[in-house]
Design a protein around this ligand. Structure first.
Ligand SMILES: NCc1[nH]cc(CCC(=O)O)c1CC(=O)O
Length: 328
């Protein structure tokens, strides 16, 4: 007897479908059960407002969670960076698979890179985090860039550069990679993968979250096989930083945790976890940028503590005042 199909709730954007498709394959392999995709429209997909105005927190997530709680789907796949930092009491993050490239990428016309953008360049991004860091870079290099708030899926955003309406756009490399768009979509455009010294990604960027209802303990345990503990530790620290700053996913906050390795003679051994964080005004005139290191976390609590610690150091340097600024 074959078991009934597991229902995977997904947004229907090309990116969400690609992400869900990958996870569906992994779950089929893992369980031997059929997995069926159930498309769900979220407010973030239909609203034409700018994300910073909607408020950001959870706009892509709420409808998927409603479907989980109503028992219409068995599990859902989210971009972790879109998930609010407070865990829903009735839901479980069953797995956080190994993360993709967390970098942001600048997609530009005519072979341009961030370093070679002309004065006055128009760069598409509606993300306060990207605006703050791009403008700070521009200021330190004596040029002005005009950040232009844009929305829409990846194709739409890249289209602005193809059509010549913008000189460049900034996207998450992970999203671009997942839809296999690096070649097909960007064509003649140039890709500049931004260094973490210039632009820190959103907390959790490049990672996926597989969520189901907490009471489905068997499913939680089964999906747990897809979890990558290093990714979970890193994104836990990043999200803890965000939470302790009391900022939402549309706040001008960047964070990245990575494990530092040493060659022990018998291969690489992780020695420490480093957490870098940034908060800034969207005009780039002020950035608070700090980093800390700690032992490789052996528990979620330890990873959370590292994030909280860095947040407190950033708050002591005035981070709260910078986040108060909500203007685009
Ligand atoms: N804000 C929307 C969003 N949510 C997740 C990704 C990309 C995939 C990821 O970060 O895992 C994107 C697009 C983007 O920022 O370019």
């Amino acid at each position: 007897m074959t078991e009934r199909a597991l229902r995977l709730g997904t947004r229907r954007s090309k990116l969400a479908m690609a992400q869900s498709g990958h996870v569906a394959d992994a779950v089929r392999q893992l369980t031997g059960r059929p997995v069926e995709l159930v498309e769900i429209t979220t407010y973030g997909d239909v609203s034409r407002e700018h994300l910073a105005q909607i408020g950001g927190t959870g706009v892509f997530v709420a409808a998927l969670r409603d479907a989980l709680l109503a028992g219409e789907v068995d599990f859902a796949v989210h971009s972790l960076k879109d998930l609010p930092t407070t865990q829903h009491p009735d839901l479980a993050l069953a797995a956080i698979p190994k993360r993709e490239d967390p970098r942001d990428v600048l997609i530009a016309r005519d072979g341009l890179t961030l370093e070679t953008l002309p004065d006055g360049a128009r760069v598409g991004t509606g993300s306060p985090r990207r605006m703050a860091q791009l403008n700070a870079f521009a200021r330190s290099h004596g040029l002005r860039i005009e950040t232009v708030p844009i929305r829409g899926n990846i194709d739409t955003r890249v289209g602005y550069v193809h059509k010549g309406e913008l000189d460049a756009v900034v996207l998450a490399a992970a999203g671009l990679n997942r839809i296999g768009g690096t070649e097909e979509l960007t064509g003649s455009l140039s890709l500049d993968f931004l260094s973490f010294d210039t632009v820190l990604p959103a907390p959790g960027q490049g990672a996926l979250a597989i969520e189901c209802v907490a009471s489905a303990t068997e499913l939680v345990a089964t999906l747990g096989a897809l979890d990558d503990p290093h990714t979970r530790a890193a994104v836990t620290a990043e999200r803890s930083l965000l939470a302790a700053l009391e900022a939402g996913c549309s706040a001008p906050v960047g964070a990245l945790a990575d494990l530092l390795a040493e060659d022990s003679g018998r291969g690489q051994m992780f020695t420490e976890m480093r957490l870098r964080g940034v908060v800034g005004t969207t005009d780039g005139s002020t950035l608070v940028q700090l980093s800390t290191t700690g032992p490789v976390p052996t528990s979620i609590d330890a990873a959370t503590a590292l994030g909280r610690e860095l947040a407190h150091e950033m708050l002591a340097k005035g981070a709260a005042g910078l986040m108060g600024e909500r203007a685009l």
